[in-house]
Design a binder for this molecule. Structure first.
Ligand SMILES: NC(=O)c1ccc[n+]([C@@H]2O[C@H](COP(=O)([O-])OP(=O)(O)OC[C@H]3O[C@@H](n4cnc5c(N)ncnc54)[C@H](O)[C@@H]3O)[C@@H](O)[C@H]2O)c1
Length: 463
């Protein structure tokens, strides 16, 4: 059910119209002279000195959250005074096109498709929050072309994955998957042969990033010895040891666990050759990406009992919806734990994702900060302080072509530019400049001239 927050009430129709116009323009083309008086000056980050920049009435900022985005995000966005409408489910394209017309920011998970058609209908959209890891559901290229920034949360569930892998190491070592299945079939099989403690065993981690390194610490605390392989030299945590080659890792590990991204190099990385290098009776765990392991080779190694078992959370082809759609050569393999891509699926991870993405959205809307955006040049500036009363922040997203900075320098030549930063990514570039001692007329002039440059995609002025 939608739960819209009431818009700000103001009995003065002129003021209302001005606030609405400014809000409508917040992520597109602001009208700086219209609403500066009601922009509240608050503090962030525990200091009373940092000015929150927003030339709009926050209550006119419309946020649409779909797919049951976590409550942490809903309350963080509402606490800014924004109008937040929430829906439990994804919306189909036609419905979304209607809903998105006057929305400044949309939050979604993996089921909502932000297509070119949807983006064309979204007249005021400036930013998209993907409350998940992936961003394939968004036409990123077109969003970028329209100057719509896209944020996600790639690392909020690292701990959840690491904990699942620890559980799987114990489960595999004790053949718990098979014992559990037998018991559910009324079959009592009390065995200790080939069941082991994990203490003193060697864990080989492929990919020592957010998940791999977290796992390294947990595994050592359970008494395991940790080896890892990564394409970059990394500082080992605890007493873990980086090895020079994958082969060395496979030959020396009792458990091998994969935590690499999907790249040209990692696709089909684990096949017959690598599995044959693994110790007789050792275990393979894959909670990274489905394409990393060649499934027929793994099934063969399990059925021949060369491997003692495997835990697989990700698959080359995964069903798009819940139901009896799963097919794999791994079904029925001995001591093989199969899970439906749930490595990062915990309440804690959802809550962390909610907090991380909502903060990124708030910073982008209020301060222009694009750090963490997947499709935007990452730009940020030191905050403007409360005492800098006549300062503004110019946020200019433009085509990445020669000569743009010269035009902007010309426009700002007579002003005091306190600080400025610019970066580019592919076809677009993003410039942020803080300018002090400007009058309302000058703000209007800067805005008009910058937004009328031929390379303009979006110009915002925050103050
Ligand atoms: N199962 C799930 O639900 C779930 C949840 C979160 C993440 N993941 C997946 O887990 C994987 C790891 O995530 P992360 O957050 O730790 O990523 P990360 O980017 O923090 O770490 C990846 C590490 O792999 C290394 N690496 C890259 N190519 C390599 C190669 N060819 N050989 C060895 N090392 C290589 C990188 O240098 C990096 O240190 C990703 O594929 C991610 O999609 C799965």
């Amino acid at each position: 059910m939608p739960t819209p927050t009431p818009a700000a009430s103001n009995n003065d129709p002129k003021a209302n119209a001005a606030a609405a116009a400014a809000a409508a323009a917040v992520v597109a083309t602001p009208a700086p002279e219209e609403d500066s008086s009601n922009a509240p000056v608050k503090s962030v980050g525990g200091s009373n000195k940092i000015k929150v920049l927003k030339p709009f009435n926050t209550a006119n900022m419309k946020i649409l959250l779909l797919e049951n985005v976590n409550e942490t995000a809903v309350s963080a966005l509402r606490s800014q005074g924004y109008q937040v409408e929430t829906h439990a489910k994804a919306l189909q394209e036609d419905e979304l096109i209607e809903k998105i017309r006057d929305v400044h920011c949309i939050g979604l998970r993996s089921k909502t498709k932000i297509t070119k058609k949807v983006l064309d209908a979204a007249e005021k959209l400036g930013v998209i929050g993907c409350f998940c890891i992936g961003t394939n559901q968004v036409d990123l290229e077109y969003a970028t072309q329209k100057g719509v920034a896209v944020f996600n949360s790639p690392f909020s569930n690292s701990r959840s994955v690491a904990e699942l892998v620890i559980a799987e190491i114990v489960l595999l070592s004790r053949q718990l998957g098979d014992r559990n299945m037998e018991m559910h079939q009324g079959n009592w099989q009390k065995v200790s042969a080939n069941c082991y403690e994990i203490r003193g065993k060697t864990l080989g981690i492929v990919g020592y990033g957010h998940i791999g390194s977290q796992l390294s610490v947990l595994a050592e605390s359970m008494g395991m010895r940790v080896l890892f392989h990564d394409v970059v030299p990394l500082m080992p945590l605890g007493t873990a040891k980086q090895v020079n080659s994958l082969d060395e890792l496979f030959q020396n590990s009792d458990f091998v666990t994969l935590h690499v991204p999907e790249t040209e190099e990692t696709k089909n990385m684990i096949g017959e050759h690598e599995l044959n290098l693994m110790k007789q009776g050792s275990f393979l765990i894959n909670a990274s990406r489905g394409t990393i392991v060649q499934i027929p080779a793994l099934a063969k190694a399990l059925r021949s009992r060369h491997l003692g078992g495997a835990a697989v959370d990700v698959f080359p082809k995964e069903p798009a919806a819940n139901g009896k759609f799963f097919e794999s050569e791994l079904i029925g393999c001995p001591n093989t734990l199969l899970t439906p891509h749930i490595g990062g699926s915990t309440e804690e991870a959802q809550s962390m994702i909610g907090a991380e993405v909502s903060q990124a959205l708030i910073k982008f809307i209020n301060n222009g900060t694009s750090i963490g955006a997947v499709n935007y040049p990452e730009v940020d500036l030191r905050a403007i302080r409360d005492e800098e009363v006549n300062s503004i922040r110019l946020c200019y997203t433009h085509l990445n072509v020669p000569g743009v900075l010269r035009q902007i320098t010309d426009i700002l030549a007579d002003h005091n530019v306190d600080k400025q930063f610019s970066d580019s990514k592919g076809k677009i570039a993003y410039l942020m400049a803080d300018i002090s001692n400007v009058t309302p007329e000058q703000i209007q002039d800067i805005y008009q001239r910058v937004s009328q440059t031929p390379t303009n995609i979006i110009t915002r002025v925050l103050y």
